[in-house]
Design a protein around this ligand. Sequence first.
Ligand code: A2P
Length: 330
Amino acid sequence: MKIAVVGATGLVGSEMLKVLEEQGFGTSDYEIIVAASEKSVGKTIDFAGRQLIVVSVEEAIKMKPDYALFSAGASTSKKYAPMFSAEGTVVIDNSSAWRKEEGVPLVVPEVNIDTVKPENKIIANPNCSTIQMVLAISELHRKYKIKRLVISTYQSVTGTGMKAIQQLESEERHDANYEKVYPYAIHRNLFPHGGDFQADGYTSEEQKLVDETRKILNDYSIGITATVVRVPVVGGHSESVNIEFANDFEMADVVELLKATKGVEVLDDIENNVYPMPIYAHGKNEVFVGRIRRDFSNANSLNLWVVADNIRKGAATNAVQIMQELIKKQ
Ligand code: A2P
């Protein structure tokens, strides 16, 4: 089997390679093709004890991989994903390019892998903040039916890519010699600004939480409002999620449902100060949920604190898991 990683030199692409190796794709049964922009062609990347040589995207298309995992930006996906699929390759795309496209499944495998049909040659990986929240609430929605979600995020700089990490680290060192990717300093600061501002006052990152959650849960009746905040953190995204259900619930049952949700780990022991944090989630594949408590200000309402490594479950892990599920179905 041939698997291509497009954008293999980037933050998410290199994490995809790590996850592939961890998941057993480092054996000789799999040919791993690494592609990036022209400037990286010929560079080598260490993978499972061997060195892979970076090829151009055009070259990767000619090699007709079975699967192509994309994380090279939306314009690269728009241009190249159809060219891969024309060759029979199944593309799993981490960018926003195809997420809203009708007929393109938007997939969190534990929640809706059944939406992928054999004819789908492009599959979209959702936005990082959406993946972790949807996974946490999916079983609760099935049982109690969500009416409304109020989400506030505390998003890691890793969501903005390598240059954002460099900005934070340069500011920490008081080193003025860096390329600024944020409009303000992020060290000792935060800003309520993720993505671009829209005419209605929301940001594109906030809009993704609304649109993608409805598409994944296939429920356009859910009221959703979000505030996305960028914080000087590198290990993962945190989210405060307030949920109003149509039906009342038992707290013990909520905890049991969360514990039973595949891919979710409950970390909720306030007596011992146990709750999810980015320093704990960093490098892990699970979505961590804690601070589980009833919202006494409103009927049938609940508060959750949800943390995950946005580069792992929010991007690379989710993409690899989609591919693993499709391989199982073959
Ligand atoms: P390169 O390193 O050659 O620029 P990040 O999100 O961390 O910035 O990474 C983006 C990834 O997408 C990198 O691997 C980058 O390759 C790749 N990439 C960016 N633009 C293109 C393009 N036009 N064609 C192919 N790969 C691209």
